[in-house]
Design a protein around this ligand. Structure first.
Ligand SMILES: *Cc1c(COP(=O)(O)O)cnc(C)c1O
Length: 411
């Protein structure tokens, strides 16, 4: 039995209802009536668990939050208007001017510019490391380090982290580890591997059909005894821990990010995301199988393919031992030059040219002229962006059709 079987049961059982409307109900109200003043007081105080106002939470979004928290074994989740909003919520709710971040691997373009351009404007700096620079990462941690941030799979460099080793560094140093698990939902369980917070862009494979922008942050419980969140490093959230206990990280995120920045998910998008979730395990299982077939097929025919299922990839061993359920939908092709990449992309009949990933359809894009066009040469080298690099996200099509089409387009 693979890891996805159990998710098939959980997702369809938790989105549907046994009585009344089977499909999740969309609560299309921005505000909620409290009935009487005592109830209003209780809701604002937190003692009455009823909706307050849709910026702070919505019943449809709450259903999605419960499913995603359960998926990762978290105590709770907060869904947001986009994946970037989830990263912003998870980080900004812990940060203040003077703090430092350590960013490992990847990195998604939006996250990179958030760390390298936006956060510095508020006095927060980030240092960037490759997944294998473990000693340098250990040395970089100091008393101002608040967050170690890691992507589960390097996008688009396809490098795989040793998540347990990185979690050990974070835990030994008492620093929070946030993992962006957008590419590998279900395949990788960051909280079980030692992370504290998991963030997702649900826009990608969780929805699967480009119908809804969305994101989520899943939080672990704050422990009753010793916990890194109780150290002086995280003094700012101690009041939530004292008042609320194990779900303090959610209250902190809602009050410090959601309430003041307003990156709330819409009920309609949460509904569409749940429709996608119902078939996520089936789509994931099919696509990770197809990725290997397509990658190996194209590699055998002489194309320059980058994916850790290939024996010469530097993280092939790690792929076999730590990524038993694949590493998501992506691989890259190095066509050698921008001209050859453009020719390939203009000739492919199967791939849709777009910046999205994790779709039911196969998607492809030239990296240097699009997502990474504003990045300087040094950054592109660090992120593995070469002139001819094409990122591919494999979809549900017959893998043999994809191979045929790509070989033809590469001619
Ligand atoms: C797309 C993506 C994001 C951002 O998500 P949006 O929903 O587009 O805001 C963050 N991280 C990764 C790995 C992504 O692929």
């Amino acid at each position: 039995m693979n890891r996805f079987e159990n998710f098939c049961t959980r997702f369809v059982q938790s989105t549907g209802k046994k009585e009344g409307a089977v499909s999740p109900v969309i609560t299309g109200s921005a505000s909620f009536a409290y009935g009487d003043s005592e109830t209003a007081e209780g809701i604002f105080e937190g003692s009455v668990k009823k909706p307050l106002y849709s910026r702070m939470g919505n019943p449809t979004s709450a259903q999605l939050e419960n499913i995603l928290a359960d998926m990762d074994g978290g105590i709770g989740a907060v869904v947001t208007s986009s994946g970037m909003a989830a990263t912003t919520l998870a980080t900004i709710s812990l940060l203040k001017s003077g703090d430092e971040l350590i960013s490992i691997g990847g990195l998604f373009g939006g996250t990179y510019s958030y760390f390298s351009e936006t956060l510095p404007r508020f006095g927060i700096s980030t240092s960037f490391f490759d997944v294998d620079e473990l000693d340098a990462i250990k040395d970089a941690v100091n008393e101002n380090t608040k967050i170690i941030f890691l992507e589960s799979v390097g996008n688009p460099n396809m490098r795989l982290p040793d998540m347990k080793a990185i979690a050990k560094i974070a835990n030994d140093a008492g620093v929070v580890l946030i993992v962006d698990n957008t590419i590998t939902p279900m395949s990788i369980a960051p909280l079980k591997l030692g992370a504290d917070i998991v963030v997702y862009s649900t826009t990608k494979i969780i929805s699967g059909n480009a119908s809804a922008l969305g994101g989520a942050a899943v939080f672990r419980a704050v422990a009753e005894g010793e916990d890194k969140f109780k150290s002086a490093r995280y003094a700012d959230i101690h009041k939530f821990i004292e008042k609320i206990g194990k779900t303090a990280l959610i209250a902190n995120a809602k009050k410090r990010a959601m309430r003041d920045f307003g990156m709330s998910a819409s009920a309609y998008n949460s509904y569409l995301t749940m429709l996608g979730l119902e078939t996520l395990p089936l789509r994931m299982e099919r696509i990770i199988g197809s990725v290997e077939k397509v990658v190996k097929g194209l590699n055998e025919r002489g194309l320059k393919v980058n994916h850790p299922c290939l024996s010469f990839h530097p993280h092939h061993e790690r792929y076999i031992t730590d990524f038993k359920n694949g590493c998501g939908t992506l691989f890259t092709l190095d066509m050698g030059s921008k001209e050859k990449a453009f020719s390939f992309l203009n000739k492919t009949k199967i791939a849709t040219l777009t910046a999205n990933i994790g779709d039911n359809r196969t998607l492809a894009l030239h990296m240097a002229s699009t997502i990474y066009r504003d990045f300087d040469e040094k950054t592109r080298v660090f992120l593995g962006i070469t002139e001819g690099l094409v990122r591919v996200s494999v979809g549900l099509e017959d893998p043999l059709d994809i191979i045929d089409d790509f070989l033809n387009a590469a001619k």
